[in-house]
Design a binder for this molecule. Structure first.
Ligand SMILES: NC(=O)c1ccc[n+]([C@@H]2O[C@H](COP(=O)([O-])OP(=O)(O)OC[C@H]3O[C@@H](n4cnc5c(N)ncnc54)[C@H](O)[C@@H]3O)[C@@H](O)[C@H]2O)c1
Length: 337
């Protein structure tokens, strides 16, 4: 990483970092990483999809505030927390294609309201902000790895409310940098997976693992040949931190995702094999699951060379490791429950 060091901003041991959505899947992994670097961390999470169990208990360097970013009643609290922080990661967001498709209004407004609240607080206090957008902004996918210069494409089908709101907040975040000189970063994560991801959100890997552990069918949509690349959440957290340490990536969208493309039908087979169960794999048209208005996405695999070139980041864990860690976590959760 020496060749990049002149362009990096280091987080010192006393850096105070605010993580919205920090009780969630990725946010809690990021909080773990920041605490391991000896930072002070404040998490804001409304626990709509996160859990306090994801965060360490009794660590004096960690403060947890449970309220909804974007609720006008808490705007003053958001501004206060942003003012106290040296850097802000905004991860809080409704998630999941399933929810985006079924609850377009709540999902779209949830992203816009929380985004506006955080952007305004960062504008007032001139605080550095990293925003997690989504690869959903690329729309229906491509038959080759997607780069940051690929166009952002959505239409009015329900699924794309999430993507359109993420893209709108990207503009606010870019505006903070280009118009006001406040350092900001925009990350577009592709599929992230691993421990603490909830199957209830319908995300494919935890849904497969959950089904396999119960001996229930793993439901593969359409022909199962759609390709995705899964990034282990620990590699994702490292990537987020490296992005915010890289001055040259300010104001630009940056892809974050796995390096191994896998077909969803094969992913189902890998999960059945790794869980050592006899759970059946069944194929179903996505229209039978979501209805005719569903926007099907075939291949969505990232080109992450921008991030690697600028920071030296590379994923250290492959797809099978990600699957195994997901299984181990879900098995442990069942024992606790
Ligand atoms: N997981 C993925 O594969 C993926 C892919 C692309 C983008 N992303 C983005 O990455 C970020 C993190 O995703 P995740 O998978 O960890 O999701 P997650 O649901 O596990 O984490 C989001 C957290 O935000 C909280 N939250 C939601 N709205 C809030 C609000 N208004 N105020 C306070 N807290 C709120 C939830 O309770 C949850 O703990 C999100 O912005 C998501 O859109 C995730």
């Amino acid at each position: 990483m020496d060749n990049h060091s002149s362009d990096m901003v280091e987080f010192g041991p006393r850096t105070h970092v605010l993580v919205t959505g920090g009780a969630g899947f990725v946010g809690s992994a990021l909080a773990d990483l920041l605490l391991a670097r000896n930072c002070r961390v404040t998490v804001i999470d409304d626990l709509s999809n996160g859990s306090l169990r994801n965060l360490p208990d009794g660590d004096p360097r960690l403060t947890i505030r449970t309220f909804r970013v974007g609720d006008p009643a808490y705007d003053a609290a958001v501004r206060e927390e942003v003012g106290l922080a040296d850097a802000v990661f905004h991860l809080a967001s409704p998630i999941g294609v399933q929810r985006a498709h079924k609850e377009r209004f709540a999902v779209t407004s949830g992203i816009l309201e929380s985004g506006c609240s955080i952007v305004e607080a960062c504008r007032l206090h001139r605080r550095p902000l990293l925003y997690t957008s989504s690869s959903e902004v690329y729309g229906s996918g491509r038959d080759r790895p997607i780069t940051e210069s690929d166009p952002v494409v959505t239409d009015l089908r329900p699924r794309w409310g999430y993507a359109a709101a993420k893209a709108a907040v990207e503009h606010l975040v870019a505006g903070l940098f280009f118009d006001l000189g406040i350092p900001t970063w925009i990350v577009r994560p592709f599929n992230m997976a691993g421990p603490r991801q909830r199957s209830a959100t319908g995300l494919v890997l935890p849904a497969f693992v959950n089904a396999a552990l119960r001996g229930e069918p793993l439901v593969v949509h359409d022909d199962g040949e759609q390709r995705r690349a899964f990034l282990h959440v620990a590699d994702a957290a490292e990537g987020l931190l490296l992005v915010m340490q890289c001055r040259s990536l300010r104001g630009r969208p940056v892809n974050l995702g796995g390096s191994e493309a896998v077909q969803i039908g094969n992913l189902a087979k890998m999960v059945v094999e790794a869980t050592q169960t006899n759970a059946p794999i069944v194929m179903k048209p996505s229209s039978a699951v979501y209805g005719e208005k569903f926007a099907v996405t075939y291949d969505r695999v990232p080109d992450t060379s921008l991030l690697t070139t600028m920071t030296g980041w590379r994923p250290l864990r492959g797809t099978m490791q990600t699957i195994l860690d997901c299984i181990e976590h879900m098995r442990a959760e069942r024992v606790i429950a």
